[in-house]
Design a protein around this ligand. Structure first.
Ligand SMILES: C[S@@+](CC[C@H](N)C(=O)[O-])C[C@H]1O[C@@H](n2cnc3c(N)ncnc32)[C@H](O)[C@@H]1O
Ligand code: SF4
Length: 371
């Protein structure tokens, strides 16, 4: 299977209060030298395979010139079936849209987060709801047929009716794909330092169940814990992460995976520049996956997909046998309404998706590798 390529563009105009990603609020003059080094990294890597997917993530890939995005795409063999770019509402212009289109970008992921301006302002976003509507209009006019929208559920003080208004917008706009993330307040974010009015688990649960119900009615397939798509519009790039297919990441903080070996780039922009200027790949860490890590990952990513975890494929790959007590545990989880099991696939129910980590831990314990 052809690999996926991830390209990290770390620049943002401002750091949103909830964000803990590797981002840099840097002047525009920093963009071109970064891309020059990124192209050097691609060259040094000797990665010459034709990728099936290319994903520009950030940071805000849409704040750099369209021409720089074109140059990066041109550094890979042609023929990728899916080229996605994360776009912050309000950062597009006609020239960028034109260049994306001619370079083969065919999937746009718009970080709407909410359609309620007060939510956006409180979260430190620089756009308004109307910018999202405007961007979608322009993209549709230019022929983009695969648009994804990101929403964050449970922003501070978000009421259920406000959340449901967001879902009204989705039903009106009918994007091909939707990602819904529960607000995660990480210590490294601004809110991680002082915010304490984040909704409780019961609120997250209500918002998630509202979304699952309404999106199913609107014809979306819930294919991964946080992702819904119209049939045929599942994100091919992200599916690679969730099925264990190799991918190669370029740019500061990007991760790569060979199938058995994982390595990652430095998270420091200065170090990234220093290493590349010295003619070295900016890799700062690596690990060989042990059997235990492979088992944990197979369960973690298998359960994230709503198609479920094929327990017999995992057993054959990792040479494990499930003891009787394991099946009894699956039955208990099934009785509690968290999973479904048909003898081959274990699947999380919608309610189980809210407890995915706990259910995964339950199924991994006691250590199956000792059986
Ligand atoms: C790589 S991020 C950034 C994409 C783009 N820069 C933007 O902000 O629109 C991708 C998505 O992760 C989600 N996200 C980021 N931080 C989050 C957090 N702390 N909790 C929940 N979702 C988060 C947002 O929905 C965001 O659009
Ligand atoms: S959420 Fe997006 S725009 Fe905001 S700081 Fe993070 S990466 Fe940048």
């Amino acid at each position: 299977m052809k690999p996926g390529v991830y390209v990290h563009i770390p620049f943002c105009e401002q750091r949103c209060y909830y964000c803990a990603f590797t981002v840099a609020v840097a002047p525009q003059r920093a963009y071109e030298p970064y891309v020059r080094r990124l192209l050097h990294e691609i060259e040094l890597s000797e990665f010459r395979q034709e990728p099936e997917t290319i994903f520009f993530g950030g940071g805000t890939p849409s704040i750099i010139n369209g021409e720089l995005i074109e140059n990066i795409i041109a550094a890979f063999p042609r023929g990728a079936a899916e080229i996605s770019i994360e776009v912050n509402p309000g950062t597009l212009d006609d020239e960028k849209i034109e260049r994306y289109s001619s370079a083969g970008v065919n999937r746009i992921s718009l970080g709407a987060q909410s359609f309620h301006d007060e939510d956006l302002k409180n979260a430190g976003r620089l756009h308004n709801a109307v910018d999202v509507l405007h961007d979608i209009d322009r993209l549709r006019q230019r022929g983009f047929r695969n648009i994804s929208i990101d929403l964050i559920a449970g922003l501070p003080n978000q009421r259920r009716e406000v959340w449901n208004k967001n879902l009204d917008y989705i039903e009106r706009l009918l994007p091909e794909h939707i990602s819904i993330y529960m607000l995660d307040v990480e210590e490294r974010s601004a809110w991680g330092q002082h915010r304490n009015d984040v909704p409780g688990d019961d609120v997250f649960a209500t918002f998630y169940m509202d979304a699952a119900e309404r999106l199913a009615k609107a014809g979306y397939i819930h294919y991964e814990i946080s992702n819904w798509a119209r049939p045929g519009f599942e994100c091919r790039h992200n599916l690679k992460y969730w099925t264990g297919v190799p991918y190669r990441g370029f740019g500061v903080s990007a991760h790569s995976f060979s199938g058995s070996h994982r390595y990652w780039n430095t998270t420091s922009l200065a170090e990234y520049a220093r290493m590349l200027d010295a003619g070295k790949l900016p890799i700062s860490g690596q690990e060989q996956l042990t059997r235990e890590m492979r088992l944990e990952e197979a369960f973690l990513i298998g359960l994230r997909r709503t198609s479920g975890l094929d327990i017999w494929t995992v057993a054959a790959d990792l040479e494990i046998e499930y003891p009787q007590g394991w099946f009894e545990r699956v039955c208990e989880l099934e009785d509690a309404g968290w999973v479904q099991f048909d003898g081959k696939y274990v699947r999380l129910t919608t309610a189980g998706c809210l407890l995915a980590n706990g259910v995964t831990e339950e199924l991994l314990w006691p250590n199956l590798l000792l059986t």
